[in-house]
Design a protein around this ligand. Structure first.
Ligand SMILES: [Zn+2]
Length: 368
């Protein structure tokens, strides 16, 4: 018992001393941008970590293998007296890692950065593409695509924006000491579509959140969203061509980018028609709903143990976890909808939020 307690205390002390310096001495660090082609190992190599030391870093924390760096992200480096310290921040999650080297001794651990968050307002007009109009204002693909997520449903139906259409949004900026590390969530948004000014705000809930306005509650689409956070990595594209081979490679669902382990919910009452594993889809489930439509879920890390063929599933029931099984390079949920034997664009059939957000969203509207 005593031994156990001592272990906990020493673990706590190590944790404390290992993250404290980064906060306190943020001024001693130099901010570096992630460049094209960079990943964890190439960055370590650039800062003098040998092959053996790089493998040691990976061995110390398995989750480092999943560190996701985009060109939006920056990292911190400090070198002094034979010591190198690198602090890296995952682009998609709040995860951060401190990697330390002195001589040939290497230490790597996860830590919880205490970001200071500010908000900035971006405003402009649309000339050409939405993406092309936003990027010159803040140079972040992540932020531009989050803004587009806010209007994914409307833009899907409308397709074209009027030239000169006005937009604005606010977005979080995360700082550590004097250093701007990365953007956070897009919060308030406004976009003129078809001569109408539409506004949406990000509402956080249950570890996720959705872009929302009152109109969304009147939506009569047959399905709820199957996830708590709708970040669209790839749209439904029946005529998609491979950029090099030019072969038609249709994408018959929508990809929601989420970290591994995030919950997947049934979007409507239904029955399990199939589930299992195949080479392309990885772990998958197919549900048949009372309206005759089928929904499917691919690349799952885990299918819930209670899932059986013929089982009745309620709307909002947890059925699986997001993963990256099958043909997959980044964890995401491939979600597809089949109507009368044909694959259709899921965004035309799902609401902007999962079923268990509904009451919370209704109460938000009531108190406004
Ligand atoms: Zn997909």
């Amino acid at each position: 018992m005593f031994f156990h307690l001592a272990m906990i205390v020493s673990a706590f002390v190590i944790a404390l001393t290992s993250y404290q310096p980064v906060q306190a001495r943020a001024n001693n660090f130099t901010l570096k941008p992630v460049r094209v082609g960079d990943n964890l190992l190439s960055i370590l190599r650039q800062h003098g970590f040998s092959e053996k030391e790089r493998q040691e870093v990976l061995a110390q924390d398995q989750s480092l293998r999943h560190l996701y760096l985009t060109l939006d992200t920056r990292y911190l480096v400090r070198t002094a007296k034979g010591e190198t310290e690198i602090v890296m921040f995952d682009s998609q999650t709040a995860d951060a890692y401190r990697i330390f080297k002195r001589g040939s001794r290497v230490v790597a651990n996860k830590y919880d950065p205490k970001f200071k968050t500010t908000t900035v307002r971006i405003e402009g007009r649309i000339y050409g593409s939405l993406m092309g109009s936003i990027l010159p204002k803040l140079n972040s693909n992540f932020v531009a695509s989050r803004f587009m997520d806010a209007y994914a449903f409307e833009l899907r139906a409308q397709k074209s924006l009027q030239r000169g259409a006005h937009f604005w949004f606010t977005v979080e900026k995360k700082y550590l000491g004097p250093h701007f590390i990365k953007y956070g969530e897009v919060l308030q948004t406004s976009l003129d579509i078809g001569g109408e000014r539409l506004q949406k705000r990000f509402v956080r809930h249950k570890g996720g959140g959705v872009f929302f306005n009152e109109q969304d509650l009147l939506d009569e689409k047959p399905f709820y969203a199957p996830v708590d956070y709708l970040k669209i990595a790839s749209q439904f594209q029946p005529n998609r061509r491979h950029p090099i081979t030019r072969r038609v490679q249709p994408h018959l669902g929508v990809d929601f980018e989420l970290p591994t382990g995030e919950p997947v919910y049934a979007p409507r009452t239904g029955r399990v028609v199939r589930y299992g594993h195949n080479r392309a889809a990885g772990n998958y489930i197919v549900l048949l709903h009372s309206n005759g439509m089928e929904t499917s879920y691919n690349h799952l890390r885990k299918i819930d143990r209670h899932i059986r063929v013929g089982l009745q599933i309620k709307a909002g029931e947890h059925i699986a976890e997001v993963g990256c099984t099958g043909y997959c390079t980044r964890p995401h949920l491939h979600f597809a909808v089949k109507k009368k034997g044909r694959m259709v664009d899921p965004l035309n059939y799902i609401k902007a939020y999962p079923v268990h957000f509904e009451r919370m969203l209704e109460s938000r509207v009531a108190t406004n």
